[in-house]
Write a protein that binds this ligand. Structure first.
Ligand SMILES: [Zn+2]
Length: 333
């Protein structure tokens, strides 16, 4: 699973916190109970002592059975007495024993050396939250993508903007529904504010729900990280290049808006090319036309994209402006 090191560390911290919170809470309740009922502490100590005496009896080896029977009976009496004291002071066993979020692994994240389901769910949730934090919108869904903002006027008998966008929306929804490690690549083109980021994030959210490792960012953010890590040694961290090449789904928003340098251009080409070779899905969106892309990167880059990506030309007028100024969506009467 392609999560970043950061995500694993965050999950580990969260598990440690859950585990120690449960223990601390139980200890606090136990201390409070002993404060009002000192006898209970003595009983507890005697329970522990019967256990260690039993172990000693086994080691001694003489009259083991008889000694164990006596100790067991004594232990049971003490347990019962302890339970009575608890109840008499209004406490339950749950109060004084750690209540872990996950009973299976007791919030350690592992059962018999294998990652617990709660741990996997936590990794997924953290990746999702991180994604949500860096995205310009709250995480978008297909359900709140409205076609009403696109004109249904047909020009020269061709598809209207709305028909075109319905086609893209359906395509993206199917892509998300069937998402797997070898899903295809998508290339979103069109002006700013036509919903490219919205649909990218809706796909990202669906892929994360299915448990895939998704990395989402603008080309500019990736360029800054790559530039920063250019001269750091591997042991100092900096897994951006590895993560971008290796995650289950990479989404590069606003390609062409990043700082322009031959290093960054080469890196971006590298990442895209590596992912094509590894058959790992990538979604790219850009405001630039194919001609502008050719000028900015090169012909080879554009032919790679044309050959290995499904192109989705977004159409319409900036829907963000329409939302902001509260005009009625086209076609709503
Ligand atoms: Zn667990």
């Amino acid at each position: 699973m392609g999560y970043s090191r950061q995500v694993y560390l965050q999950a580990e911290n969260e598990l440690n916190k859950r585990h120690s919170d449960a223990q601390r809470k139980a200890q606090r309740a136990l201390d409070a109970f002993y404060a009002v009922c000192p006898e209970a502490e003595t009983v507890r100590r005697r329970i522990a002592s019967t256990a260690s005496q039993a172990a000693k009896a086994v080691l001694r080896g003489t009259d083991v059975r008889a000694s164990l029977e006596t100790l067991k009976a004594e232990n049971l009496t003490l347990q019962r007495h302890f339970a009575e004291l608890l109840a008499a002071h209004g406490y339950t066993r749950e109060d004084i024993e750690p209540q872990y979020v996950c009973k299976k692994c007791e919030d350690t994240g592992y059962v018999d050396g294998r990652m617990c389901a709660c741990h996997r769910a936590l990794l997924r949730q953290i990746a999702y939250e991180n994604l949500n934090r860096i995205s310009p919108l709250t995480l978008s869904t297909f359900a709140d993508f409205s076609l009403d903002y696109y004109s249904d006027e047909r020009v020269n008998g061709g598809r209207s903007d709305r028909e075109q966008m319905r086609y893209i929306l359906d395509y993206c929804r199917r892509y998300a529904d069937n998402f797997s490690k070898d899903a295809g690549n998508l290339f979103f083109t069109g002006a700013t504010g036509l919903g490219k980021t919205h649909l990218s994030l809706a796909i990202a959210s669906a892929a994360i729900d299915k448990g895939y490792g998704v990395v989402y960012g603008t080309a500019q953010n990736f360029a800054i990280s790559l530039e920063r890590e250019r001269f750091t040694r591997p042991e100092e961290g900096g897994d951006t290049l590895e993560l971008l090449s290796d995650c289950d789904l990479l989404i590069i928003d606003d390609l062409g808006m990043e700082i322009s340098s031959s290093y960054i251009t080469a890196m971006i080409y590298n990442i895209i090319d590596t992912r094509i070779m590894l058959k790992k899905p990538t979604i790219i969106s850009t405001n630039l036309s194919m001609q502008e892309l050719e000028k900015r990167y090169n012909e080879r880059f554009v032919s790679r994209v044309l050959g290995f990506y499904d192109r989705m030309p977004f159409r319409g007028k900036d829907i963000r402006a329409k939302r902001k100024f509260g005009s009625r969506p086209d076609g709503v009467r």
